[in-house]
Design a protein around this ligand. Sequence first.
Ligand SMILES: [Mn+2]
Length: 402
Amino acid sequence: MASAASSLISRLLPVLDGFAIEVPSWGFADTGTRFGKFVQDAAAIDLSDKLSDAGHVHALTGCCPTVAVHVLWDFKPGQDPKAVAKLAEEKGTRIGSINPNLFQDQEYKWGSFSNADAAVRARALQHCYDSVAIGKAVGSEYLSLWFADGTNYPGQESIRARKQRFEEALKALHKRLAPGQTMLVEYKPFEPAFYATDIADWGMAYVLSKKAGPRAKVLVDTGHHYSGQNIEQIVAFLLDEGMLGGFHFNDRRYADDDLTLGSIDPYQVFRIFHEIHSFTAERGEAPKIAYMIDQSHNEKPKIEATLQTVMMAQELFAKAALVDHAALLRAQQAQDVVSAELELKKAFFTDVSPALKVWRKQKSLPADPLVAHRKSGYAAAAGRERAQRRKDLGISAGGSYA
Ligand SMILES: [Mn+2]
């Protein structure tokens, strides 16, 4: 038994070394739904707070070295990106993916890249070019694109014309990417457009990325699918085509894509990771994938929810690495469906906590990041200081998402 346990640990240590996941700056701020927003004293007010919280999460977990930023929410006009990168470093984190904001301004009522008005499309593109420049200045590899574009009623506009405008704008943007940058194209089947979302599924994101250029890849947000959709199949398909660029992890039950990863269906996340490990085993090297979290926490304390997510991702990534690919292949070749499925189940139900414990100890990290955070007093101190600062700044509860 002792040797089986230690072999499991030695198998998993390099797996854990190879896993990093990006936290979103907006996951630390007060967010809500379109119905309302419930504020928390310890929620981040500004970029500096968000970077502090992200640095704190990385210090506890050792696997979140970067933080995704939203250009409009996090960067003030004229703010020096290099100064932001320096501030991030001071807080123990780095700026990761750059997320342009093409859905909030009044100009985008009828869309951004698919807007019939060329001036609005130019404005949206310019915002993306500015985002590319910010990314270049802070050394970010990823420009992460999500579009709220779509129509609300049948007949409202030509679906094909909107598609063509998207093709054109994405091509133009691809030309302006800085060396080493990749653009990730995200899809979502619904919301905020109720009739036709312009990039509604992975197939549309795939076609548009392919047409944009070689450095455009598809981003899979796990929450952006219809109920019952087989996400690992999409992942496997995109991997095989060399078109999987990254993930936005979260979970969902109905339409909300902001639930904590693995809170609803951890086995689904395991199956996604299994497809990646299986691809890696076959090719002999891990594909380059940006693992990112896209969640906002309306009820849970922000940092606790983030830690829960990161720890869940790490655990499921490790479990999925335990699938015995040779045994699975034998079962598949023998058409032994039961044994094949059991290979996955066996890995899923293996306790990987001893390996996580050793890995954390080796890195001088707390054995349980969540417990360590609760003991640290960080949230209480942030709550006191930020509540006072809110009062001083005259900030009160808002009614919108961000
Ligand atoms: Mn997303």
